[in-house]
Unconditional design. Structure first.
Ligand SMILES: [Zn+2]
Length: 511
């Protein structure tokens, strides 16, 4: 997610200042250790294990019909679920995030955000699960967790490691009047985190964390999708998928999208959209906008950042990418191949619009392709994304511009929050529920996280630092990585032990 600085200023207006604190410059002690895990050939790291394995992915087939007057969607979802764990499983858990929109107590917004999210007043949104079936018949299920946001499906027989099963879910979705990831506003219908998505099963068990109001509380594997939505003809639909066909069915359009190897599937629809498009490196880039003069700028920012990140990190593997103006009050939100951008940004400061679009585009690499647990290790994708945004400025406009933006958006915001006493505890690497509020989260995860990466770059030198980012992307694209994985790559590429510097920045209270 990208948070608008306008929101930051608005939020801290009433808090009390405290004396500013000079940011400590970390002096690092490099422990030179030889790690013989990999070959270094002509200065390039060669990973023998990089040969991609053929893996079974979950498959989602969703058919949805949108009813305009009621703002509901009736849907069926067929999941071909693969047991990727090493144990037999008897149940499969799904996140059913829309249920948290049922009451003001569980919506994923901080209290002061509720009026911004529901500008026409609160009304509930939710998902009703009508039935869950296997190929043999009905399956029993339970709806559990905070805000009833977890669906537990009991399988009719144990699923062995590597085996697949088909689960059919019928549901009805009530879309709330919320300007967030899931909801409708005056211009758009935002379908982010809208369908039952399989929870992650790892060594620690099922990851069933609730929908936190801070950060982007998501964690998923890449999967293949076929999504069909039937909607009034006046609507244009942008989505994570590639449009396969658009048929006229009884006066409505039936849009069929398909996409492989993405970790989520979002859609956004509007009956006011205009579209401009362009190409870079064989990627079709689209900007969905309203009556705005900044449409060209949004397209150019997306296109130029894709081109720059392709060179720095490695090639974006999909054929298209869309930037969609949306009724979204928190700046921007990233989904695979599609980002939502607050439509108000198009009528405000072009510099901020560019920054937000580049940030969300950088997420295509960090979170989209290289995934991570955004609840436990939010910094890993957000700080890399924020730092990548700086790299866009450095590559497009030169170092001076990057330094200026770094001072304003990174050091400036971090110091501002310290000044206003918003940072209670300097630890960056902590669970979303352990952050005091979204200001502390922003200051640490985005700003201090980017400061750490700048420091790491200075310490390792440009060649090693950028090599490490390339290797990290190559090794973990379509997978999930951890802080430990990222550190190991940096250690291998630099041939140094980096635990001290990582711990110092990410874990220490640092007072
Ligand atoms: Zn972000």
């Amino acid at each position: 997610m990208g948070i608008s600085p306008f929101k930051i200023i608005k939020k801290i207006k009433d808090t009390k200042p405290r004396k500013s604190i000079v940011i400590a410059i970390i002096v690092m002690i490099g422990l030179f250790t030889t790690i013989n895990l990999l070959k270094i050939k002509d200065g390039i790291i060669v990973f023998n294990e990089l040969i991609p394995k053929v893996e079974s992915l979950n498959e989602y087939e969703i058919e949805a019909t949108f009813y305009e007057d009621e703002k509901i969607i009736e849907g069926t979802e067929k999941i071909t679920y693969v047991n990727k764990s090493s144990n037999n499983i008897k149940s499969v858990y799904f996140h059913i995030y829309p249920n948290v929109f049922k009451s003001k107590e569980t919506v994923p917004f901080e209290e002061e955000e509720i009026d911004l999210a529901y500008i026409d007043g609160f009304e509930p949104g939710y998902i009703d699960i009508a039935s869950v079936k296997s190929t043999k018949g009905d399956l029993s299920f339970l709806i559990i967790g905070k805000g009833n946001s977890v669906l537990k499906v009991n399988l009719d027989e144990e699923l062995e490691p590597g085996d697949k099963t088909k689960i059919y879910i019928d549901f009805m979705l009530k879309i709330p009047p919320s300007n967030g990831r899931f909801g409708f506003g005056r211009n758009t219908i935002n379908l982010g985190n809208w369908y039952p998505i399989a929870a992650m099963l790892d060594e620690s068990g099922w990851n069933l964390e609730p929908y936190h109001p801070i950060g982007d509380p998501f964690f998923s594997d890449v999967a293949n999708y076929r999504v069909i939505i039937t909607i009034d003809q006046s609507y244009v639909v942008a989505s994570t998928g590639d449009l396969i066909k658009k048929e006229n069915i009884g006066g409505k359009y039936r849009w069929t999208f398909e996409v492989k190897k993405v970790r989520d599937f979002a859609m956004i629809a509007s009956n006011k959209y205009k579209i401009i498009e362009d190409e870079i490196d064989d990627i079709l880039v689209r900007s969905y906008y309203f009556e705005d003069e900044s449409a060209e700028l949004s397209l150019k920012a997306a296109k130029d950042s894709l081109g720059i990140f392709n060179k720095i990190f490695g090639k974006y593997p999909y054929r298209h990418f869309s930037v969609a103006a949306s009724d979204f009050f928190i700046g921007g939100m990233e989904y695979p191949k599609l980002v939502f951008i607050d439509e108000g940004m198009y009528r405000g400061n072009d510099e901020i619009l560019e920054y937000i679009i580049v940030h969300e585009t950088a997420h295509q690499w960090w979170y989209g392709l290289v995934g991570n647990n955004e609840i436990e290790e939010a910094w890993l994708d957000e700080a890399l994304t924020e730092y990548s945004t700086l790299l866009y400025y450095e590559n497009k406009y030169g170092e001076d511009r990057k330094d200026k933006i770094y001072k304003k958006m990174i050091l400036g915001v971090y110091n501002l929050y310290r000044h206003f006493n918003e940072i209670e505890n300097e630890t960056i690497l902590k669970s979303l529920g352990d952050f005091k509020n979204s200001r502390e989260y922003q200051a640490l995860v985005y700003c201090k996280g980017a400061m750490f990466l700048q420091c790491l770059r200075e310490e390792l030198g440009d060649e090693i630092f950028f090599n490490a980012l390339k290797v990290y992307f190559d090794k973990y694209k379509y997978k999930n990585a951890t802080t430990e994985d990222f550190m190991k790559i940096c250690e291998i590429v630099s041939d140094r032990e980096l635990k001290d510097i990582f711990d110092k920045w990410l874990k220490d209270v640092n007072e």
